[in-house]
Write a protein that binds this ligand. Structure first.
Ligand code: FAD
Length: 144
């Protein structure tokens, strides 16, 4: 089965709020599990940074739906890659607020004064998401 990974960044619109994000997560976790899609969604009051991985057809179809979603705009594709194995296998859709990420983790990915995901290369976006997913897994495991 051909598998791919997509990473994109986008800006949240006025159509979205914390309730909207919760709804996105609820739908995502149910739908992604049925489509064998895994990934991570990072949220900041200004942007979303999301990775989706799984069967090529399912990921492309979902990305098409996400592109049409009015709860965000300015969607910029940072990476589209064929993959041999998943990096987010344990997450139907992991979720992290940027405020929960250690600033020391963001520092190597920050070029200006403030972290701006629109400036990331695809490889940087992937490395950052893999790093924060591993940190979040460790935190959840420690919390029991
Ligand atoms: P519907 O909910 O009927 O959607 C029909 C269309 O309307 C879709 O294009 C949808 O994008 C759009 N839409 C739905 N609700 C709203 C709304 N409240 N405001 C504006 N437009 C809307 N879905 C997943 O299944 N998995 C994910 O990982 C995932 N990640 C997302 C990440 C972001 C940043 C955003 C904004 C959305 C994400 N979604 C995700 C939601 C996705 O866009 C669809 O809403 C969802 O998959 C259900 O789509 P549907 O076609 O089954 O049904």
């Amino acid at each position: 089965m051909a598998m791919v990974r997509i990473i994109y960044v986008s800006r949240m619109t006025d159509e979205c709020d914390m309730e909207g994000i919760q709804e996105i997560l609820n739908v995502s976790r149910k739908k992604n599990a049925t489509q064998q899609i895994t990934g991570m969604l990072c949220y900041d009051p200004m942007f979303f940074l999301q990775c989706l991985e799984g069967p090529r057809h399912a990921v492309n179809e979902l990305y098409g739906q996400i592109l049409r979603d009015g709860r965000h705009t300015d969607v910029l594709l940072l990476e589209y890659a064929d993959i041999e194995a998943r990096s987010f296998g344990g997450w139907a859709m992991g979720f992290l607020r940027s405020a929960d990420i250690d600033p020391r983790t963001l520092a190597p990915f920050t070029t200006g004064k403030k972290f701006d995901p629109y400036q990331l290369t695809g490889a940087q976006a992937r490395d950052l998401l893999i790093t924060v997913a591993a940190q979040e897994r460790k935190r959840l495991d420690a919390a029991g």
